[in-house]
Write a protein that binds this ligand. Structure first.
Ligand SMILES: Nc1ncnc2c1ncn2[C@@H]1O[C@H](COP(=O)(O)OP(=O)(O)OP(=O)(O)O)[C@@H](O)[C@H]1O
Ligand SMILES: [Mg+2]
Length: 380
């Protein structure tokens, strides 16, 4: 196990043997880079929660060493250690007799913040996780939906602005649609906050969606692969990982592979103020019966087809809905193609400037490229 300069959490040969002799984690080494989100994934009982709880010393390791920002956690005072680490527990665990605001202000209160400051911080965080404090701060947990409770759990973990966040199945207790929305919200939040996050899930889709890196564990905290999501899906290290990520891992890979803007196909493009005669001349010379129409700043206006050109007296572009932002994934691209029954999709930048088109052929090529560039790397 090498320790890199910017590792925030380092596990070195960590083990947990319970008094009854059962071994939850045998010998786990793992390093979480500062500012990144690492997803620990594996079957039920493989030692994920145990691993997480050893980092904030809710469970004491029986062997090995854990470093937090370079400091051995066993030498730190457990109470102050925990206050510097946000923790979202499995099943949310809000205090039922405290209001939402009091729940969120738990750690600031423990830290003896001034009451007004703690309240203001709680309201700020509720806002951040999408709950209007005016409507929600004074409610009690039982007056919230499952998704809202999970948002409160995330807000509570962020309250004292800890650099490190441990999350145990943070979006586990809600239906798949709410979960997807919470995951999106959390990704946006994390982009802003840049915390170091160790997140536990048994859901491979959640792991590859949220994780910068994914650690796949087998029973006893046995680390089988530690890699980018695309590599775990595209090049599983062994049969266990392959089985765990599932036979439809190819489909899953679509969701974690971005489109490659440098590999887009070109398309005939005309400016909306181009004289019609000129457009017709170019259309006759083109080998596709359509063209993209852009304005003077290259922003997409729409498209025109050859049949329209034949009879038109002005260049009137048809609106085009089959578009994608440059940061979209291959899955987004397929989904747009299917939704609009489109043979090609226009890719746009932040200002809706036209960058090129994607076709089913180019998508297939992109998927093949992504396998070639994701050979499994060594563990650790
Ligand atoms: N107090 C304990 N005494 C003995 N064994 C324990 C104790 N707590 C947990 N274990 C065992 O340690 C193993 C790992 O448990 P852990 O909670 O870490 O699993 P997990 O990967 O989080 O599972 P899940 O996905 O179901 O939450 C399990 O086999 C569990 O039965
Ligand atoms: Mg668990």
């Amino acid at each position: 196990m090498h320790r890199t300069e910017d590792a925030m959490i380092v596990l070195e040969g960590v083990g947990k043997r319970y008094e009854d002799g059962s071994v939850a984690v045998r010998d786990l080494s793992l390093s979480v880079p500062r500012g990144s989100l690492v997803a620990l994934v594996g079957p039920s009982g493989c030692g994920k929660s145990t691993t997480l709880k050893m980092v904030n010393r809710l469970i004491e390791p029986t062997s090995g060493r854990i470093l937090l920002d370079g400091q051995d956690i066993l030498k730190a005072d457990p109470v102050s250690l925990r206050r510097g680490i946000g923790y979202v527990i499995q099943q949310v665990g809000l205090f039922p007799h405290q209001s939402v605001r009091e729940n969120v202000a738990t750690v600031p209160t423990l830290l003896h913040w001034e009451r007004k400051k703690a309240r203001a911080r709680a309201d700020e965080l509720l806002d951040l996780v999408g709950l209007d404090p005016a409507s929600y701060a004074d409610r009690y947990p039982h007056q919230l939906s499952g998704g809202q409770r999970q948002r409160v759990g995330v807000a509570r973990a962020l309250a004292a602005d800890p650099p490190v966040l441990l999350m145990d199945e943070p979006f586990g207790a809600v239906d798949p649609i709410v979960r997807g929305r919470l995951q999106d919200e959390f990704l946006r939040l994390q982009q802003e906050l840049g915390k170091t996050v160790l997140l536990v899930t048994h859901d491979i889709d959640e792991a590859v969606r949220l994780g910068d890196r994914v650690a796949v564990l087998a029973n006893g905290g046995d680390l089988r692969q530690y890699d980018s999501p695309a590599a775990v899906l595209g090049a599983p290290a062994d049969d266990f990982v392959a089985e765990f990520v599932g036979a439809d891992r190819g489909l899953r890979r679509l969701a974690v592979t971005p489109i490659d803007v440098d590999e887009l196909e070109t398309a005939p493009v005309v400016r909306e103020d181009t004289p019609l005669d000129e457009v017709r001349r170019r259309a006759a010379a083109s080998d596709v019966p359509w063209a993209i129409v852009v304005d003077a700043s290259d922003r997409l206006v729409g498209w025109i087809g050859a049949e329209h050109l034949a009879s038109a007296d002005t260049l009137r572009a048809r609106p085009m809905e089959a578009t994608l932002h440059r940061t979209a994934t291959l899955k987004d691209a397929w989904s747009v193609m299917l939704r609009y029954d489109a043979g090609w999709v226009a890719v746009l930048d932040d200002d809706r400037r036209f960058l090129g088109v994607l076709t089913p052929e180019s998508l297939h090529a992109a998927l093949r490229r992504s396998v070639r560039t994701t050979e499994p790397s060594s563990i650790g």
